[in-house]
Design a protein around this ligand. Structure first.
Ligand SMILES: C[S@@+](CC[C@H](N)C(=O)[O-])C[C@H]1O[C@@H](n2cnc3c(N)ncnc32)[C@H](O)[C@@H]1O
Length: 280
């Protein structure tokens, strides 16, 4: 394998891990992200009119951002993630629940590229772009087949991806974008956040860099910048449809946002495509 390919694969691996090493920062950065949670909660409740009842599996559950509301809504939920830091945060949250809610939850450390669960779930969810950390076709196929295998007949899979946006992908990789300033939720350190990215057209992976520069009260750099790698596979709707068809799913709906608008509606930056499919 050429050295450049080795480098890109190593970057992909780091890009599925580094952004999840600091779970407190993750929860702080996404504390106002509610649209996806509301969507999946509604889906978990309303699906019961059309699909079998039963436990939910939250694939790549992270810190439990979605798992916690699902438990509070009365569902039984198994959460699965690979990151020790994210799972520790989820465990901490679950431990504070009442005994009756705790008993309806199980957290497992596992890799989406190599997991297998008993066929007992009525709904599988993979929220907040998690599927985009599966960069190779074989990994996507394993994920979908293993998910299909853990669903009861007629069970549903729901997940979201940020669809490719050519203008955003083509942004100048040498510039810094999205500058914001905030304090780290644990250390209180003031940080300036910026980001940029490069696109690997062969693997269709966006290699992002998230920069955290410590600054003093007057905004002057006060320490070394932390660079976090984050990679996302760019998934076009046609490819997702093809993958679902090959792995035993029937596409029920594809929305152009968490408000349920059609996929060909007015597009906007950061509008997810949300797929809902049934196990055939
Ligand atoms: C953007 S976070 C989403 C977490 C959670 N679903 C949410 O909505 O907040 C992506 C999650 O995917 C997990 N992840 C990435 N690659 C994974 C893999 N191969 N196997 C299992 N989990 C993985 C990360 O650890 C992280 O928790």
């Amino acid at each position: 394998m050429p050295a450049k390919d080795d480098f890109l694969r190593a970057d992909e691996e780091a890009g599925s891990r580094e952004a999840f090493d600091d779970a407190a920062l993750y929860d702080f950065e996404y504390r106002r992200r509610r649209g996806d949670i509301n969507f999946y909660r509604r889906l978990a409740g309303n699906r019961l009119q059309f699909a079998p009842a039963g436990p939910i599996v939250d694939l790549a559950c992270g810190t439990g951002r979605l798992l916690m509301p699902l438990l509070r809504d009365g569902h039984t939920v198994v959460g699965l993630d690979r990151s020790a830091a994210m799972l520790a945060a989820a465990r901490h949250r679950v431990a504070r629940l009442s005994a009756s809610r705790r008993q309806r939850c199980l957290l497992l450390r596992a890799d989406l590229r190599a997991f297998s669960l008993r066929p007992r779930f009525a709904l599988a969810v993979a929220a907040f772009h998690s599927v985009q950390h599966l960069y190779a076709e074989a990994d996507l196929l394993h994920f979908l087949r293993a998910t299909r295998a853990c669903l009861v007949p007629g069970g549903w899979l729901a997940f979201d991806v940020l669809p490719p946006d050519p203008a955003w992908i083509a942004r100048d990789p040498l510039r810094r974008w999205g500058r914001t300033m905030f304090r780290h939720p644990l250390s209180g350190q003031r940080l300036v956040y910026t980001t940029n990215h490069r696109f690997d057209p062969r693997r269709r992976v966006l290699h992002m860099r998230l920069y955290y520069l410590p600054v003093d009260e007057r905004g002057r750099p006060s320490g070394p910048e932390r660079v976090v790698r984050l990679c996302h596979l760019q998934l076009e709707p046609a490819r997702v449809r093809g993958l679902l068809a090959r792995t035993g799913f029937r596409l029920l709906a594809c929305f152009g946002g968490f408000d349920g608008r059609p996929v060909d509606g007015e597009p906007g930056l950061a509008d997810e495509h949300v797929y809902v499919a049934a196990a055939r």
